[in-house]
Design a protein around this ligand. Structure first.
Ligand SMILES: NC(=O)c1ccc[n+]([C@@H]2O[C@H](COP(=O)([O-])OP(=O)(O)OC[C@H]3O[C@@H](n4cnc5c(N)ncnc54)[C@H](O)[C@@H]3O)[C@@H](O)[C@H]2O)c1
Length: 331
């Protein structure tokens, strides 16, 4: 199949490599012409020095490369998904399946990535969200990995499942695109929070408490938006939460560690030097939860630290001193 991957960062490159390994004809589009040209010539992405580019993988900055694709994968940071969809839309051919692997919720509109892509392409194509515990650095090295392809259109989800799946990359299908995308966006906020706690010197008990109670918050918001409970216990939910909150591959966690160690949010992002999706997702999730009247105390605490300069240690104490609650209902 002819497939174009839009976004030549770590994840776009790792997936383009995987798809080329699966014998698809793959083009990788990057928005920066000089960088695309260097990648095409040097046959490497400096973000993933572990592996040379597949010999049949073509890198370009010419968006008309979408013209021949039967599948188009959006792999830019979430803030660039709308502008990339606007650029690509005129070239996408009838019958194509679109895929989003970007994780976030748009600021102000609170749109999920699949909604943005559908909107900017005139609702003419099925849009599938592919998500799960999958660091680019490990996928590119062929470490066994699992993800979920979610779409209300079963044929489209299965087409994506078939295109990406191989003996080292297992893909499950799901109709719950709402749950899958909400999990993907919110787990980055939790990873930032876990990093902040790491940076303050808190250890395993604190992390387990945070991850578990955050999962309750994620499910509360996701289910209110129409997501299914089992998605939150699945690969895109608990799976991605575990991988993001516990690994040093996670930029969100690394940014959090800097903040917990005393840096401001901006200084932490500068130190990480790459897109920290959790920073943007924290604001979107906080305002979405407020609009919907959903209680998300951990997300609110992260928002206060990132956007209002609140003291991390004081926020932890505030969370610990909230009124007593039941974990399971008594009735
Ligand atoms: N890295 C991973 O392991 C991983 C895994 C799963 C999902 N994701 C998600 O994939 C998305 C991309 O992440 P990444 O790790 O590849 O990021 P990255 O920082 O490695 O790369 C981002 C790329 O986007 C490009 N870019 C920046 N501004 C742009 C614009 N305005 N238009 C088009 N392109 C632009 C940059 O040049 C860069 O090539 C994020 O939403 C992330 O959450 C990443």
């Amino acid at each position: 199949m002819k497939i174009t991957v839009l976004g030549s960062g770590a994840w776009g490159t790792a997936l383009a490599q995987l798809l080329a390994d699966n014998n698809h004809e793959v083009t990788l589009w990057g928005h920066n012409p000089a960088k695309a040209e260097t990648m095409q010539r040097s046959r490497e992405n400096p973000l993933l020095p572990q592996r040379k580019l597949h010999e049949r993988l073509v890198v370009t900055a010419d968006i008309s490369c979408v013209e021949t694709a039967e599948m188009v994968v959006f792999a830019t940071p979430s803030f660039a998904v709308r502008s990339t969809a606007v650029l690509a839309a005129p070239y996408i051919k009838a019958g194509s399946v679109l895929v989003t692997v970007s994780k976030g919720i748009e600021k102000k509109t609170h749109r999920r990535m699949s909604e943005i892509i559908a909107e900017e392409t005139g609702n003419r194509f099925p849009v599938v969200a592919l998500s799960g515990p999958s660091h680019a650095e490990e996928v590119v090295m062929g470490q066994p990995t699992g993800c979920v392809a979610a779409c209300v259109n079963k044929d489209a989800a299965e087409k994506v499942q078939d295109a990406f799946m191989n003996t080292l990359f297992r893909v499950y299908s799901s109709p719950d695109i709402v749950g899958v995308e909400i999990c993907g966006a919110l787990k980055n906020v939790v990873a930032l929070c876990c990093g902040i706690c790491d940076g303050m010197g808190y250890e395993d008990n604190t992390k387990a408490l945070l991850m578990t109670r955050s999962m309750t918050e994620m499910a509360r918001l996701g289910e209110a938006l129409g997501g299914k409970p089992q998605t939150f216990a699945g690969l895109a939910g608990m799976g991605d939460l575990i991988v993001t909150c516990t690994s040093m591959h996670s930029r969100n966690r690394r940014a959090g560690i800097h903040i917990g160690g005393g840096k401001t949010a901006q200084e932490a992002m500068d130190a990480v030097g790459a897109v920290v999706e959790g920073y943007y997702a924290a604001e979107s999730a906080w305002s979405l939860a407020n609009d919907m009247g959903i209680e998300m105390p951990i997300c609110s605490a992260v928002y206060a630290v990132l956007y209002e300069g609140a003291d991390s240690r004081k926020m932890v104490m505030e969370l610990m001193q909230r009124e007593k609650k039941e974990e399971s209902s008594w009735i």
